[in-house]
Design a protein around this ligand. Structure first.
Ligand SMILES: [Ca+2]
Ligand SMILES: [Ca+2]
Ligand SMILES: [Ca+2]
Length: 266
């Protein structure tokens, strides 16, 4: 690499000593905000995979007072795993075995700014934006996690990466807002329903507008803009107030997200 190339690499903030090409150790786009879920009872081993951060970042596993995964509001009992500058690529730390299906929340503590950022949904972070990608099947056995360390970010997720065995990733789906109109109806009226859904929508099988256990209609998002819409024509005169709900379900019928409901009045 000649001087000019080194200079441009430095200007771009690219890590010159990284053992593999950049893209190899940054988790794939589209996995922002995914959760890390325990897949089996075998010990989970974390391997440090690299960084190109200027800041010094410590990685922790969030634990409670009894050493179980979760956020108990006490940062002092979390498990330290790696520092992005002190650790060498390839360093391994055994995290232990945890109940199948539990979420492991990882925290990136930025020593230079005092910020803490978390795997999972945007709402966990101080800037209300996702700060980690979680890519399952990075290799046959490993899930890759990559963090962004800048508040309000550049969101290139190149500031600390590590991989795990024995976990899987899971997208988070949320209904951010919803509305129906009209809410006072009579026989033959058409109700328009809409919901704004964000996060991982790839595993949505059905978005249902429900009255009790009865599905009235499905909502769809044919233009892919995140707003799901549907129409329902009232087929019998409602004799009482009824509460409707919206459920986003996966293909097996498991509820991914729900919207609490609207009161429909005759
Ligand atoms: Ca804790
Ligand atoms: Ca970055
Ligand atoms: Ca739409």
């Amino acid at each position: 690499m000649n001087t000019l190339h080194i200079k441009s690499a430095l200007l771009l903030g690219i890590c010159l000593n990284c053992p593999t090409a950049l893209a190899d150790w940054i988790a794939a786009a589209g996995t922002e905000g995914f959760q890390v879920i325990v897949k089996n009872t075998k010990p989970i081993v974390a391997t440090y995979q690299g960084n190109s951060a200027g800041y010094s970042n410590d990685l922790y596993l969030m634990l409670d007072g009894s050493g179980q995964p979760g956020d108990d509001g006490d940062l002092t009992n979390d498990k330290f795993i790696f520092n992005n500058h002190a650790d060498a690529v390839g360093n391994k730390v055994t995290l232990g075995s945890f109940p199948i299906g539990s979420e492991l929340i990882f925290r990136l503590h930025v020593n230079d700014t005092g910020d803490d950022f978390f795997t999972g949904a945007a709402g966990r972070n101080p800037d209300n934006h996702t700060h980690a990608r979680v890519q399952a099947n990075w290799t046959k056995k490993d899930t890759l996690v990559s963090f962004e360390d800048l508040f309000g970010g550049s969101y290139d997720y190149n500031d600390l990466s590590f991989s795990f065995t024995n976990v899987r990733s899971q997208g988070v789906t949320s209904i951010d807002s919803a509305q129906i109109a009209p809410t006072i109806v009579k026989l033959g009226d058409s109700i328009t329903v809409s919901a704004v859904i964000s996060g991982d929508v790839s595993n949505i099988g059905d978005v249902a507008f429900m009255l009790g256990d009865t599905k009235l209609t499905s909502l769809t998002d044919s233009d892919g803009d995140g707003t799901w819409t549907g129409q329902y024509t009232v087929t019998e005169t409602p004799g009482y107030q009824a509460t409707t709900k919206i459920y986003a379900k996966d293909t097996k019928g498991k509820v991914l997200a729900k919207w609490p409901g609207f009161t429909v009045t005759p």
